[in-house]
Design a protein. Sequence first.
Length: 122
Amino acid sequence: MPQDDPQPAGRRRTRLYALTDGRTAAEHTVLTMDTTITAAVAGDAHGGLPTEWQEILVMCAPPGGRAVAEIAARMNIRLTPMTLLLGELADRGLIDHRPPLAASDTTDVNLLMRIRDNLARI
């Protein structure tokens, strides 16, 4: 029988349907894959949160933040469940989100090179 993603010893991941409570759409906050997410609180500030939520808060520490697609890739979670998780975090005030940059803001060659380099590191 094939196993799900191998996990490091001593670490269990919560099943996606449990993390999203079976939801398939966000209730209040709708995020796109290029929305920038920044933690509004420190990752260790809420020890009672699920492990995945704490990982997101640490990964998205200010000032930089990360795109929804990058968070999903780094955590090895599909995009739809990740947007639901992030929507839940936003609804609880644990993250801030910013819409993608306008087209005029993305013509900066240096910015595009940094994005390319960061994606190559993933």
